[in-house]
Design a protein around this ligand. Structure first.
Ligand code: OGA
Ligand code: MN
Length: 294
């Protein structure tokens, strides 16, 4: 019987705020049990894994993601890949290769990724994590900023930690739509009811506490007026978005990034979407259960 070859997997810290780079692995092939376990552990520890130089197909991306759980189908029908509904196309280019008209609904919806958010926070069971493949990238803007919400929580003043202990915030896909310019709540999106999640959550694997912020979908804190909610959420968002908690990722073609939505938020920096092409394909890992309060 052939012996399994020793794993070449290497995990290298890359930035002080968050994340590690993973070398010595081909995401286009099924993972060994040992490599799968090492990636799962590093993912929960570093919250963000960068796999450089992975020219995978959509089918390979879906197969890679499925090794870490079930996949979500994105609520925006227009952004699902026609061949693989599990692929969410974060692209200013349509499947036929044309740049999306900047005034059209498809682009205006994607434009919301320029705001800080945590993927699928608007679901009653939010996503565990996302896996994003950079297919066409741009050098001018279009970086992705990743914020470590565990480090941000740890650094909060004790008085703020006491103020938000036990608090819950309302997340809603309709709030996401309201952030975009005149997006219609029509049949273009799956219907999703507003949900309440703890503002401070506990990671189900590591037990670590983090803020649970997703500014693009959150509008209310339980027990506070709309105005007071806005003030508190803006204060927490601004605190977390400080440079010391954020890693800006400058993409190289065929980077694959796997991040943990349970303890991070992210946003895209602006780029000239009317002129430059940027195509990213995402698979999204379903959550295991309701968000745990810390
Ligand atoms: C996402 C997203 C990031 C990017 O895929 O969830 O917000 O870099 N996009 O396009
Ligand atoms: Mn996102």
């Amino acid at each position: 019987m052939p012996r399994p070859s020793p794993s070449e997997l290497r995990i290298l810290r890359r930035h002080k705020a968050i994340g590690a780079e993973v070398r010595g692995i081909d995401l286009g092939r099924p993972l060994s049990a040992a490599d799968r376990a090492a990636i799962a552990q590093a993912w929960c520890e570093h919250l963000l894994l960068i796999f450089p130089d992975q020219p995978i197909s959509d089918a390979q991306q879906v197969a890679f993601a499925r090794q870490f759980g079930q996949l979500e189908i994105h609520p925006s029908k227009a952004h699902r890949s026609s061949r693989h509904p599990e692929i969410y196309r974060v692209a200013n280019v349509d499947e036929a290769g044309s740049i999306l008209p900047p005034s059209g609904e498809a682009w205006r919806y994607l434009n919301i990724t320029w705001l800080w958010h945590s993927d699928s926070s608007f679901r009653d069971v939010p996503s565990n994590g996302s896996i994003l493949h950079g297919i066409e990238i741009t050098d001018e803007g279009g970086e992705t900023l990743f914020c470590n919400l565990q480090a941000a929580y740890d650094a909060l003043p004790e008085a703020t930690k006491r103020r938000i202990a036990g608090a819950r915030a309302r997340h809603s896909h309709d709030t996401v739509l309201s952030r975009g310019q005149a997006l219609e709540h029509s049949g273009k999106y799956d219907e999703l009811k507003p949900v309440w999640h703890p503002l401070v959550r506990r990671h189900p694997v590591t037990g670590r506490a983090s803020l649970f912020l997703s500014p693009h979908s959150t509008d209310l804190v339980e027990g506070l007026s709309a105005e007071a909610s806005r003030v508190l959420l803006d204060e927490l968002n601004a605190f977390a978005a400080q440079d010391r908690f954020v890693y800006p990722h400058k993409w190289t073609k065929d980077d694959v990034i796997m991040w943990d939505n349970r303890a991070t938020m992210h946003m895209v920096t602006p780029y000239d979407n009317a002129r430059l092409r940027r195509i990213m394909h995402r698979t999204t890992l379903r959550g295991d259960g309701p968000v745990l309060a810390a």
